[in-house]
Design a binder for this molecule. Structure first.
Ligand SMILES: [Zn+2]
Length: 386
């Protein structure tokens, strides 16, 4: 009989930690579409009038020319106001789950100041993205009827370039150092070589000043690919367990990316085509006082459609993702021929990160990206006895 992952007391604590999250997840997935419907129905008109009033004195001959008209002011301000409202609505739960409870359960080590600064940075980047998207997408759509083909191509290219830039993005938040030369680094590089995975560097994220959680991931692609481990992982795991984690990530590198790429490109184009349909429909029917295609007042409706499609796609994309995790686990244990260390790595990660070994079934089916850690540990223990 294999020993359980958690003692009864630990399990009770883990369950207590997760219970409100599950409730929130359930309520949120039902409530969010309702909030969006209310925004579409009652807020779109008034918010647009506020945006028009706020920007009534804005003048720029250059932007008028780029935009082909004077609508750029209300368009961008409407999008930003909407973003501000959503941020305010989610702020209390962001602080409660992201800070208060993380501290109560000893998972977060962040000071309120760093937490505030991190969320400010994240909101600032998103605001800039919202601004660029509102101006760029709606501006392009005003000029070109076939904007959505152009946008789809640009987005596809941006997504693949952005994967290559991943290693640089995390540095906006977290200090990174190369893993110093030594036996661990040598073993990691030997393992990735054996796995035929090209690696530019092995880096250590200094996250202990924020969280006690263990993390390991590969960032970038091809020549920019780096292995990123965090200091918590180095502190808690043995060398063999660290290699088990790296082997799992190497398994992901070998996944065939084409089905996912084709699927995401197809869904992207389908979604943008739907947006164009909404543009025309709203102009024809005069929804929210719209008289022309590509009016920003369709944005809340677009967000509602997006939310519903993501919820609908969740079960399938979760299933695909969980299958990949199983395959990566199997790959790792075959590569290292050390399922014992793989299983003890999972156990340690589960304990430190306070992962629920048995999350509710509905949550898994709704689209969890990873199989329940309890099942993964069970699988690794069975693998040993094969
Ligand atoms: Zn994985």
């Amino acid at each position: 009989m294999t020993e359980p992952v958690f003692t009864a007391a630990e399990l009770a604590e883990v369950k207590a930690y997760h219970a409100p999250r599950y409730t929130f997840e359930a309520v949120d997935s039902l409530l969010w579409p309702i909030v969006l419907v209310l925004v579409v129905r009652f807020l779109t008109g008034p918010l647009y009038r506020v945006a028009v009033r706020l920007t009534s004195r804005w003048r720029s001959a250059l932007l008028d020319r780029v935009w082909k008209g004077k609508g750029w002011g209300p368009t961008t301000v409407f999008a930003l106001l909407l973003f501000a409202i959503f941020s305010l609505v989610t702020l209390p739960t962001d602080i409660w789950f992201g800070f208060v409870r993380e501290h109560q359960y000893g998972l977060s080590t962040t000071s309120p100041w760093v937490f505030a600064l991190d969320s400010f940075k994240a909101h600032l980047f998103t605001a800039v993205a919202v601004l660029a998207l509102a101006f760029g997408l709606f501006g392009l759509a005003r000029r070109l009827t076939h904007w959505w083909w152009v946008m789809g191509l640009v987005a596809t290219v941006v997504m693949s370039v952005s994967a290559a830039l991943d290693p640089y993005r995390s540095r906006l938040y977290i200090e990174q150092q190369p893993l110093p030369d030594g036996p661990l680094r040598a073993r990691i590089l030997a393992l990735t070589k054996q796995a035929k995975v090209e690696v530019a560097d092995v880096l250590v994220d200094e996250t202990l000043s924020r969280t006690v959680r263990l993390q390991a991931y590969f960032a970038g692609t091809g020549p920019t690919r780096t292995i990123v481990l965090n200091d918590a992982l180095l502190k808690n795991l043995s060398e063999d367990e660290i290699l088990a984690a790296v082997a799992h990530e190497s398994g992901h590198v070998h996944e065939s990316r084409w089905p996912a790429r084709v699927m995401s490109a197809v869904s992207l184009f389908a979604f943008l085509g739907l947006v164009e349909w909404l543009f025309r429909r709203s102009a024809k029917r005069g929804w929210f006082g719209i008289s022309e295609r590509a009016d920003i007042r369709t944005l809340p409706l677009i967000l509602l459609v997006f939310d519903l499609s993501m919820t609908a796609a969740g079960p399938l994309s979760g299933l695909v993702s969980r299958r990949r995790e199983w395959a990566a686990d199997r790959y790792a244990m075959t590569l290292t021929r050390n399922p014992e260390s793989f299983s003890s790595m999972l156990v340690k990660a589960a304990r430190v990160n306070k992962m629920d070994p048995e999350p509710p079934r509905w949550l898994v089916l709704k689209g969890m990206s990873h199989p329940p850690i309890g099942e993964r540990i069970e699988f690794a223990r069975r693998f040993q006895t094969r």
